[in-house]
Design a protein around this ligand. Structure first.
Ligand SMILES: NC(=O)c1ccc[n+]([C@@H]2O[C@H](COP(=O)([O-])OP(=O)(O)OC[C@H]3O[C@@H](n4cnc5c(N)ncnc54)[C@H](O)[C@@H]3O)[C@@H](O)[C@H]2O)c1
Length: 338
């Protein structure tokens, strides 16, 4: 059975996902597209060879009887209303991060899904599908380092565009660590603190780069993450988990070890897309298999809400320079994994 997919938001990642679903993965075809930029979307539909019907209105696309499932890749502030419309229509929806731009918005989605009574929402936190993170989780879950005590992480980008400002280091960048570390450590966060020291001269405008986010979990695990988005030297994701009897580290991406000219070197990637390209394929292929049998096994609406609520606390911590408690609603039993 081939699932007929409708995509809302056909910019950079929406187009990537459209091509991936239509041409690369098995069991799906993209039949409908929507974007506020209608002309560009019509051009994309033809030029890509997908030739899907282009809708001027996302609600009509969601309601279309020949659309089985939705993928939302519009700007973050549109996600909440579009995901709620998918839930109201009773159709599975894959929503790119963030699920919502506020904790309250994420919770409204959680409440709507619980009221609907069936899991429909998956959030695009693709790191859970990265082979390196999966291997690291397997190692930790097998008890190879004993109980986890601490984690040291880094999220480094060579540069960011001029419109990357203010709190985006948390809401756009750190949000990936916020999700993957909860999953990796099987734990939830209770407090957040943000420390900003010397500002790099490569920070643009009102961006203060780098910063350090400190999280504490319910079990007392301490996590520090360096967010450094103008580091110039590469796209570099680090995660070192310290346990009672050892340290487990995220594998580096495969790269040739070169001995030449009196030097020993390995390449560092420059582009986040190269780093996680395979995980997008795995993420969407597993999503297709799951929704065919009525399941959501990936990051749920609850995970999306949790990430938004934690990001909100981190933003507050950045501005107040205080340790901020992370207040989370009671988790509905609906989200218990069988
Ligand atoms: N998981 C990841 O690694 C990852 C990577 C990139 C982007 N994203 C997320 O995906 C989303 C899109 O990012 P992007 O880089 O493709 O941005 P983009 O600006 O390239 O594309 C967004 C598209 O959405 C359209 N759009 C905006 N509001 C809309 C609305 N209300 N209805 C319909 N279309 C609308 C815009 O016209 C644009 O074409 C963002 O939420 C971003 O955070 C996730």
């Amino acid at each position: 059975m081939s699932l007929r997919i409708g995509i809302i938001g056909c910019g950079a990642i929406g187009q990537d996902h459209a091509r991936r679903l239509h041409f690369k993965l098995s069991g799906a075809s993209v039949v409908a597209l929507n974007d506020i930029n209608l002309e560009a979307t019509q051009a994309f539909s033809l030029a890509s060879g997908i030739n899907a019907k282009v809708y001027a209105n996302y609600e009509d696309l969601i309601q279309a009887p020949d659309v089985d499932a939705l993928l939302v890749a519009s700007w973050g502030d549109a996600h909440e209303e579009q995901v709620l419309a998918c839930i109201n229509a009773g159709k599975p929806v894959f929503c790119e991060k963030p699920l919502a731009t506020s904790a309250a918005g994420g919770l409204r989605i959680v409440e709507a899904e619980v009221k609907h009574g069936k899991n429909l929402v998956q959030v695009g936190f693709m790191r859970r599908y990265d082979a390196g993170y999966r291997a690291l989780k397997k190692t930790i879950d097998a008890g190879a380092i004993g109980d986890v005590l601490m984690a040291h992480c880094a999220h480094r980008n060579p540069s960011v565009p001029e419109n990357y400002v203010g709190d985006m280091g948390i809401t756009d960048t750190h949000v990936h660590e916020l999700d993957v570390l909860r999953w990796l450590l099987n734990d939830d966060y209770v407090t957040a603190q943000v420390v900003q020291g010397r500002k790099s001269r490569n920070s643009n405008g009102n961006l203060h780069d780098p910063m350090m986010v400190l999280l504490e979990t319910t079990q007392g695990i301490r996590i520090d993450t360096e967010i450094f988005v103008t580091c110039r030297f590469g796209y570099d994701i680090q995660c070192h988990v310290v346990g009672e009897t050892g340290v487990a580290s995220l594998p580096e991406p495969a790269s040739v070890a070169l001995r030449s000219g009196g030097r020993q070197s390995t390449e560092i990637l420059m582009d986040w897309k190269q780093r996680f390209i395979d995980s997008y394929d795995v993420e969407l292929q597993e999503w297709l298999e799951d929704i065919k049998v009525g399941l959501v096994n990936g990051p749920t609406a609850w995970d999306g809400y949790f990430a938004s609520a934690t990001a909100e606390a981190c933003v507050e911590a950045r501005h107040s320079k205080q340790i901020v408690p992370i207040r989370i609603a009671n988790r509905p039993a609906f989200y218990d994994r069988g």
